[in-house]
Design a protein around this ligand. Structure first.
Ligand SMILES: O=C(O)CCC(=O)C(=O)O
Length: 271
């Protein structure tokens, strides 16, 4: 495996980096078991495809596939395996090296078990995650952990290399702040996108300004990914915004270990 410094240099250059084998096999098996039992239990808070209405989603909750789950929100509070992964020493060390200071995990953004179902799982248009987030600086990193294999066929992410540093006028985005795919200048940018395949246990680290999208799941198996977002402690969420709406998790050595009791408060708003 490459060093953290090399991985960070790649992320700084391209806006994302894949770290193969980030999650050890034994932990991966626990995460997969927890993911499947959480989905089977359908414990709230959930986000449904039908409510999000992205392309390919069922048109309503009563339509065929209308109860299809997209995200199981507040992953951190759902299962000790999920909280341990969110605050794992390997994540803390990576983030501290990137931000150069102590780090917090947001419980208001991502913090979810992302599923993509066959047939009813929707496409996600081009966007930057920072679009609805409010922090002193646009500098947050998300970690996308593949619990199973991810490829174009089952709806893996597409990313535009170096887009985290590109400046775009507001009119390049639509009313919901998706990067408009109907503009020739945007199409030129999108043409450079790549979809790195992920093996089970791989992690994709990506910057909050990296343009990304995802297709539908054309296989017969649900795709599961755990996604968490981090920032340096000097980069505070802006008071009164959704980003400041939930207590954050400070990643500290010797704390946040498996078995730590997690207080679960009000359901997070939908991303
Ligand atoms: O899996 C997908 O459809 C993409 C999800 C995504 O990009 C997001 O939630 O920001």
């Amino acid at each position: 495996m490459t060093s953290i410094e090399t991985q960070i240099a790649e992320l700084n250059e391209r806006g994302y980096v894949v770290v193969p084998g980030f999650v050890p096999d034994r932990e991966l098996a626990e995460l997969n078991e927890a993911a499947r039992s959480q989905l089977a239990a359908r414990a709230q808070p959930l986000e449904l495809e039908a409510d999000l209405r992205y392309p390919g989603a069922p048109p309503s909750r009563v339509a065929a596939g209308g109860e299809t789950v997209r995200r199981l929100l507040d992953a951190y509070a759902r299962d000790p395996a999920f909280s341990a992964r969110a605050a794992a020493p390997t994540v803390r060390r990576w983030m501290e090296a990137y931000f150069g200071e102590r780090v917090l995990m947001s419980r208001a953004h991502h913090n979810c078990l992302m599923t993509k179902h066959p047939r009813y799982g929707s496409m996600t248009g081009w966007h930057r995650d920072i679009r609805y987030w409010s922090f002193a600086q646009d500098n947050l990193i998300s970690v996308w952990v593949a619990l199973g294999a991810e490829s174009v066929e089952n709806g893996a992410l597409w990313l535009v290399p170096r887009s985290h540093r590109m400046a775009f006028d507001a009119d390049r985005f639509d009313g919901a702040r998706f990067f408009r795919a109907d503009r020739a200048d945007n199409v030129e940018i999108i043409r450079g996108a790549v979809s790195p395949p992920l093996a089970p246990g791989d992690a994709l680290f990506f910057h909050c300004s990296t343009l990304h999208s995802a297709g539908q799941n054309l296989t017969e198996r649900v795709k599961f990914s755990l996604v968490y977002t981090y920032h340096g402690r000097s980069n505070t969420p802006q008071a009164g915004t959704r980003s400041a709406s939930r207590p954050e998790v400070a990643l500290e050595e010797g704390v946040n270990q498996p078995g730590t009791k997690i207080e679960s408060n009000k359901p997070p708003p939908v991303d």
